[in-house]
Design a protein around this ligand. Structure first.
Ligand SMILES: [Zn+2]
Length: 879
């Protein structure tokens, strides 16, 4: 056994000690052998991992990272090492020579949390599947290594597994030996050595995967040719949902785009994409073997919006083959270097190279992640200071991804797209297979664009907080603009200093035309400083001004009253989808800021959404309506508003074209909201009992959502849920059943769910998430409030006893909330006060845990302020 205190402290690598290690050791090659032949046996909890590292050293000692149940033995240059010094995370390695060969044989654990080598057994067909996820530092859960991104090496992976399994790693298979045993034959598969790469990018998938194959090829103008074999993998039970043609088409479009644009041939040989269950995130860019959550394979009918979202993620990961995998950040404070860029490329390439030409609309929704993150107390500059791994893990956030991408988009507008890609090509040419920092990229971009980017970098990358842009408009008696000034307001919340940034924006001028709106002007403006006059606007009578039209910059835009009045009547009549997405984003930000009452936002949705023709945007707007209802509306107004909302969703569904994506999007939104009000139950029942509108197929996922809504109102029986489980025994069916059961608003159901959530450590990541989603269903709020005390009493234990991923699922998912009571100040709300008291009493709790509670409290206070403002506008007495 290992003392957790020791493990958590030594597992948490710091930037400084990693920099020291990088100066003292230089790995050349790893040879890994993983014996996974017992993996199908559920009682076998561990596997044997042999890691042989060849490396040069200058000092006389170092350590390797490995998280294992036990180290069986270790040798350095043929001599036994003392493994009794192993503390559960690090093995000291004394007695180094100039050149060394270290072998570590460890018993590592199959993961159930999605970190390390994850094992999943499908209850439907009893097939067992393995896959890895290592970023940032979970390679050490599978093999001993120098776990830091700048210590790149060549990896040769060898795996022993059941002979009938498909086994894949980053490189192609080069050798296969089969051993015939009475107990089941095994195969030992060896993969070719990788180019130099970081430990977190080593990857493996093994199991009876379903496989689809294709290839991409190119003949370039310079006479070179390249063929890249393409493979898609998923578990057998999902094979019927794998739309290989669509995924291959997008994959090839991406490879062609990157080949032409990056000027560096695809560096990793083959390109496998594997869709896996129980995955903690969207996807991961392992070179040559990209992993995706199998949520991207659609069990029922899918909408164009769902396929577009998948295409964006395929492009995001593919761009990492260059940005991140080929040129890699030296340490985790450079995480944004790869993520900002990849996030932007996801949308850019989807819109430029695939049929999803509207992809920038989805990017507007993506930016809401950044708006939230940049207003939290935990916000930080894009170029963050990451002192250790715990901090690194939590910086996979809205700043690093969505804000970074938005700022790079602004850089493209500022420096020009051609110069931008020329700089990127130079960056790859110089830093291929190496490690990089911010300046390495800036130098290349400066050379290509001829612009000084130091000031730009300081203002955009090295400060935190959002700029607010506001039109200050004066009109004459006829409505013509006599003066337009763009006002910028921006304070870095981490320093309290004003940071006025340069913004290249467009201002759209819109006027009524018949029932609709037309763009009567588009002004390109360089906003600089606190006030920027826009003389070109003078004389225009357009009543609607859209700042940041075409979405070039990252800023919060405040609408003027005149524009808002036009939008209330005609928002859906704006001709461009991107513009509609932007103004919906502006009114949503205003709702979150308590500047626009949530009731007004709901009115706007109910009036305008039925006329919204674009699926991705409609879905976003309907989801926000539900958040407005649950979090931002004063509690006493929610019952009536919920009834009104589900009625509108039902009407939207029934008015939509039969069989259309829009019909399905309305139906899913209805199922998602129906559990919030008794008025939702007959609507959900009607859909289940044959009353669906023409063209709407009720597939298993939609069916489960409807049953969950009914159970949340205690309007479905246990027998009915079990009957649905008999219909759908898939993995999704089982987790949906658990969620539905936990959503019942009774004391018994909540007690059962709480018990399982907090004490059953055998639950997988997905099972835990499903239970929590059921537990926190709004209709059960009266019953769940009493667990708040338990929550705060358990937080530190969760952090100690669970992995960081699982602890965060608990800490974030179960955070106790209560609505604002009449006359109560937000800070005095019992839930907010309890969070504050915990933070005060636990000043020395781990930083990652404190960050989670701080962020949840901030979200709660934001919601309470919106409730307070909403109550004030309706004259609810404040005592
Ligand atoms: Zn990424």
């Amino acid at each position: 056994m290992v003392d957790w205190l020791t493990v958590t402290s030594t597992a948490n690598l710091t930037r400084e000690e990693c920099a020291q290690r990088a100066a003292a050791v230089e790995p050349e090659a790893y040879r890994l052998h993983l014996n996974l032949s017992t993996a199908p046996d559920a009682t076998a909890e561990t596997f044997t991992s042999t890691s042989t590292i060849v490396f040069a050293a200058t000092g006389d000692q170092t350590w390797v990272d490995v998280i294992a149940d036990e180290i069986e033995r270790a040798t350095l240059n043929g001599e036994d090492l003392d493994v009794s010094t192993y503390d559960g995370a690090r093995l000291p390695v004394p007695g180094l020579q100039e050149r060394n060969e270290l072998e570590v044989v460890a018993r590592c654990r199959f993961s159930r949390t999605g970190e390390g080598l994850h094992r999943f057994t499908d209850a439907e067909d009893e097939n067992t599947y393995l896959y890895t996820h290592f970023e940032p530092t979970d390679a050490r859960r599978m093999f001993a290594c120098f776990e830091q991104p700048d210590l790149k090496a060549r990896f040769t992976v060898r795996v022993t597994a059941p002979a009938e399994w498909v086994v894949r790693s980053g490189q192609a298979e080069v050798e296969r030996d089969e051993t015939y045993l009475a107990s089941g034959s095994t195969a030992t598969v060896t993969f070719g050595p990788t180019p130099p790469q970081s430990t977190y990018l080593v990857a493996l998938a093994a199991g009876p995967y379903h496989v689809a194959e294709d290839e991409w090829s190119v003949s370039r103008d310079d006479g070179t040719e390249q063929i890249v074999p393409l493979t898609l993998l998923c578990r057998q039970a999902m094979a019927k949902h794998l739309d290989a043609d669509d995924i291959f088409e997008v994959t090839k479009q991406g490879l062609t785009f990157f080949d032409e644009t990056f000027g560096f041939p695809y560096p990793w040989g083959k390109y496998d994409q594997v869709f896996v269950p129980e995955y903690n995130l969207g996807a991961m860019e392992n070179p040559g073997l990209v992993t995706f959550t199998e949520d991207f394979l659609h069990r029922g009918r899918s909408t164009a919006q769902q396929r577009e979202a998948r295409a964006e993620v395929i492009m995001h990961e593919m761009s990492h083959m260059w940005f991140g995998d080929l040129a890699t950040m030296r340490w985790w404070d450079g995480l944004w270097l790869k993520e900002s860029f990849a996030d932007l490329m996801g949308y850019h390439v989807a819109s430029a190279a695939t049929r999803y030409t509207d992809a920038w609309t989805a990017f507007v929704a993506r930016k809401s992640w950044a708006y939230r993150a940049d207003q939290l107390p935990s916000t930080h500059p894009i170029v963050a200071t990451i002192d250790d791994l715990e901090a690194a893990r939590q910086n996979f956030d809205g700043i690093t991804y969505a804000k970074g991408a938005s700022v790079i988009k602004q850089l493209m507008a500022y420096a020009g797209a051609d110069a931008f890609f020329a700089g990127a090509r130079e960056y790859f040419a110089r830093h291929a297979f190496g490690s990089t920092e911010l300046d390495d990229l800036l130098v290349c971009l400066e050379e290509a664009s001829g612009r000084d980017l130091q000031t730009w970098s300081r203002l955009w990358l090295q400060t935190a907080g959002i700029s607010t842009l506001r039109p200050d408009v004066t009109r004459d008696g006829s409505g013509a603009i006599t003066r337009l000034v763009v006002r910028q307001d921006s304070t870095d919340p981490t320093t309290g200093e004003q940071v006025l940034r340069p913004h290249r924006i467009r201002i759209g001028l819109y006027s009524p035309a018949g029932d609709g709106l037309e763009r009567t002007g588009l002004l390109e403006v360089d906003v600089d400083g606190a006030e920027t006059a826009v003389p070109e606007a003078v004389g225009s009578t357009a009543p609607l001004l859209v700042l940041n039209d075409d979405d070039l910059t990252f800023a919060k835009v405040q609408l003027d009253e005149g524009s808002l009045a036009v939008l209330r009547e005609r928002l859906s009549a704006l001709p461009e989808t991107l513009t509609r997405a932007l103004v919906w984003s502006d009114v949503w930000n205003a709702t979150r800021d308590a500047a626009l009452p949530a009731a007004d936002f709901l009115d706007l949705v109910i009036a305008q959404a039925p006329r919204e023709p674009e699926g991705a945007l409609l879905r976003t707007v309907l989801e926000r309506a539900l958040v407005a209802l649950r979090d931002y509306l004063p509690a006493d107004r929610r019952p009536a508003a919920a009834e009104r909302l589900v009625t509108a969703l039902d009407a939207g569904m029934r008015a939509a074209e039969p069989g259309s994506d829009l019909q399905l999007i309305w139906a899913r939104a209805l199922a998602g909201a129906a559990g919030d009000t008794p008025a939702g139950s007959p609507l959900a029942r009607a859909l289940l009992d044959g009353g669906a509108p023409e063209g709407l197929e009720i597939d298993d996922d939609l069916r489960w959502a409807l049953w969950t809504a009914l159970t949340a109102q205690d309007a479905a029986t246990t027998d009915e849920l079990e009957e649905q489980l008999r219909r759908d025994r898939s993995m999704s069916g089982r987790t949906a059943y658990v969620r539905a059961t936990a959503s019942r608003p009774t004391a018994e159901a909540k007690q059962w769910a709480w018990q399982r959530i907090t004490t059953d450590e055998k639950l997988t990541n997905d099972e835990l998430r499903s239970l929590i989603l059921g537990f926190i269903a709004p209709s059960g709020a009266a019953e769940t409030t009493r667990f708040a005390g338990d929550y705060y009493a358990s937080l530190v234990d969760w952090w100690r006893a669970r992995t960081q991923t699982m602890a965060l699922i608990l800490a974030v998912g179960l955070f106790p909330k209560q609505p604002l009571q009449a006359g109560q100040a937000p800070e005095d709300n019992p839930a907010a006060a309890a969070a504050s008291a915990w933070l005060e009493a636990n000043a020395d709790a781990p930083a990652g845990l404190r960050r989670s509670v701080l962020e949840s409290r901030d979200d709660l206070l934001r919601a309470l302020r919106a409730q307070e403002a909403g109550a004030a506008t309706t004259g609810t007495p404040r005592r």
